[in-house]
Design a protein around this ligand. Structure first.
Ligand code: AMP
Ligand code: MG
Length: 353
């Protein structure tokens, strides 16, 4: 069974072919990230235009890399939500057209579920991927942390899951990006916060952790505001001082200490809740997925504090890619999930789990 996966929910245009839900035959990603860098965050219109330019060459390349013809494919899976409307439309309309013209079944994939399925890829002829030896065992707990999501999900088995908690405001990756912007660090913020934090004192500042009525929910907007107030106070300015002028006044040492304190607080929040969920649900495997799963402090702290086996994808499969969607598509087909009508599929930017 070979499935073509198409992903265009944010700023990556991606396509991949995966065989039998574990073997990655190709993985092609074009990103418009550099075009957004000067704005410090993603500009939806720029992302959508870039998808239009890239989608056909990316799919072509994925077919070539896998050395697979259209007749050898068993289906197409496409991300139909959650994501940016204009971005999702490009992938979905392309997938619908291909499904109709090539006469292939079409599977509608949830982007966040896709991130989890990146962990099921165990084999590939492609160079440069560090893949796990075996697929995760159920029941499994997934911490999905990205630029758009912060969720804890408990899976009993394939497609049988329960959302334990999610962010009530900003996603954790978004908080990394916004704090980085305030400190004058380049976009994307996550990796640059990590670099800056390496020279800072993580205990220098005490930053708040949100308390929520659902103990598995997250909230990062208060933390982000606390960093802003802290930076203003550090340079002796009041709360109405514009955030974009702060990075020019903060010393390198202050920036490093703020980055380190923010990193510690945000990672502790994620780890505390994952540990709590492990104690309540006793999963066999714990997965981390999404762009923030690339964070080395998160991996280190989880490895230290969890009992169950921790699994995470290769960094190239943590951020948005088509292979996770193709893998999810394989499992949808193998579990007899009904394909969608390509004439009727609509995007769903606010799709939840
Ligand atoms: P995604 O939405 O899955 O494409 O992931 C992108 C998000 O992951 C952005 O918000 C990045 O700032 C964040 N990210 C990437 N690498 C890291 C890292 N090493 N630490 C923390 N966040 C990261
Ligand atoms: Mg994502």
């Amino acid at each position: 069974m070979k499935i073509l996966g198409i992903e265009s929910s944010c700023d990556e245009t991606a396509a991949s072919i995966v065989e039998d839900g574990y073997k990655m035959l190709s993985n092609v990603v074009a990103t418009s990230m550099h075009e957004h860098a000067k704005y410090g965050g993603i500009v939806p219109e720029i992302a959508a235009r870039s998808h239009i330019e890239s989608i056909i060459p990316v799919i072509d390349e994925a077919m070539k890399q896998a050395d697979v013809g259209w007749k050898e494919l068993d289906g197409i899976a496409v991300t139909y939500g959650a994501g940016l409307g204009g971005s999702l439309l490009v992938g979905v309309e392309t997938a619908k057209t291909l499904a109709i013209t090539k006469n292939l079944p079409l599977y509608a994939a949830n982007h966040v579920e896709g991130h989890v399925y990146a962990n099921f890829i165990t084999e590939s002829n492609l160079d440069g991927y560090k893949l796990p030896d075996k697929q995760p065992d159920f029941p499994l707990l997934a911490l999905i942390v990205s630029g758009g999501h912060s969720q804890l999900v408990f899976f009993e088995s394939h497609f049988n899951y329960k959302l334990l908690g999610q962010t009530t405001d900003d996603a954790v990756g978004e908080a990394f990006d916004k704090v980085a912007k305030l400190l004058g660090l380049p976009y994307p913020g996550g990796p640059n916060i990590e670099i800056a934090a390496a020279n800072g004192d993580p205990d220098k500042y005490k930053l708040p952790k949100a308390r929520l009525s659902n103990k598995y929910d997250f909230s990062f907007s208060g933390l982000k505001t606390a960093v802003l107030r802290l930076a203003q106070a550090e340079v002796g300015k009041s709360y109405d001082f514009p955030s974009f002028e702060l990075s020019g006044l903060l010393s390198e040492a202050q920036k490093a200490d703020i980055a380190a304190s923010f990193l510690r607080t945000s990672i502790e929040t994620l780890v505390d809740k994952t540990v709590m969920a492990e104690n309540e649900y006793n999963p066999k495997t714990i997965l981390i997925a999404g762009g923030v799963a690339a964070n080395s402090e998160l991996r280190l702290q989880l490895t230290k504090r969890l009992h169950a086996e921790l699994q995470y994808p290769d960094i190239k499969l943590c951020t948005d890619n088509g292979a996770m969607i193709a893998t999810l598509g394989c499992f949808m087909a193998m579990n007899n999930i009904t394909p969608v009508d390509p004439y009727k599929l609509q995007i769903n930017p606010n799709l939840s789990m």
